[in-house]
Design a protein around this ligand. Structure first.
Ligand code: UP5
Ligand code: MG
Length: 190
């Protein structure tokens, strides 16, 4: 388990729902450290780690990397940080991820931010992102959507049953989505 006392908010939502965009805003206004599981995995590929090829293949197929890899990366990032509050973006993506994180770190999230958006809108955003991501092509995008519905939505339902989900309409313009996000964080931090 992690030695220091930390606060964690999970930021979940489909591919292209705006998790990374809104996390950047939350960091600026509320002093969290942003940990994107996808970014940590992509950095692991770049670093030439022994798991790199496996991770790369899974991302290309839109599949979920085993939790032992992802949890280790998240845990290390939290331990190396000076901060004690974290936005964990894009994780947990399935039941196995969720259980492993709670068991290994001993951390239960304060709440779960859920960006709700239609596939039509998310597809449009991903296809026009143009950041050279190997999974931003229509074939992989469709696979990512299916994995989200089959594996990730049940995690959100799990937390909803514990009254931990704060759902946001993420189909609106970026500024309007952030107004809704602020309304959730402000009472906790002011
Ligand atoms: N944009 C954002 N908000 C907008 C708005 N309100 N209106 C109009 N446009 C908006 O946004 C996407 C694009 O939309 C951007 O161009 C943005 O400007 C615009 P972004 O904020 O990047 O959305 P985000 O939800 O972060 O989309 P992302 O593609 O990062 O989500 P994914 O969940 O698909 O990607 P992630 O990096 O988390 O995971 C990638 C892959 O890694 C997974 O498919 C999986 O294979 C693997 N993975 C694991 O195996 N395990 C993990 O724990 C995590 C990832
Ligand atoms: Mg992202």
């Amino acid at each position: 388990a992690i030695e220091k006392k930390v606060k964690v908010v999970f930021v979940l939502g489909g591919p292209g729902s705006g998790k990374g965009t809104q996390c950047a805003n939350i960091v600026e206004h509320f002093g969290y450290t942003h940990l994107s599981a996808g970014d940590l995995l992509r950095a692991e590929i770049k670093s030439g780690s022994e798991n790199g090829t496996m991770i790369q293949n899974m991302i290309k197929e839109g599949k979920i990397v085993p939790s032992e890899v992802t949890v280790k990366l998240l845990q290390r990032a939290m331990e190396e940080s000076e901060n004690d509050k974290f936005l964990i973006d894009g994780f947990p993506r399935n039941e196995e991820n969720r259980a492993a994180f709670e068991n290994v770190t001993g951390i239960v999230p304060e709440f779960v931010l859920f960006f709700d958006c239609s596939e039509e809108e998310m597809e449009k955003r991903l296809l026009s992102r143009n950041q050279g991501r190997e999974d931003d092509n229509i074939d992989t995008i469709r696979k990512r959507f299916k994995v989200f519905v089959d594996s990730s939505l049940p995690v959100i339902e799990y937390y909803a049953s514990k009254e931990k989900v704060r759902k946001i309409d993420a189909a609106k313009p970026i500024g309007e989505v952030f107004e809704a996000v602020k309304a959730i964080f402000a009472p906790v931090h002011e």
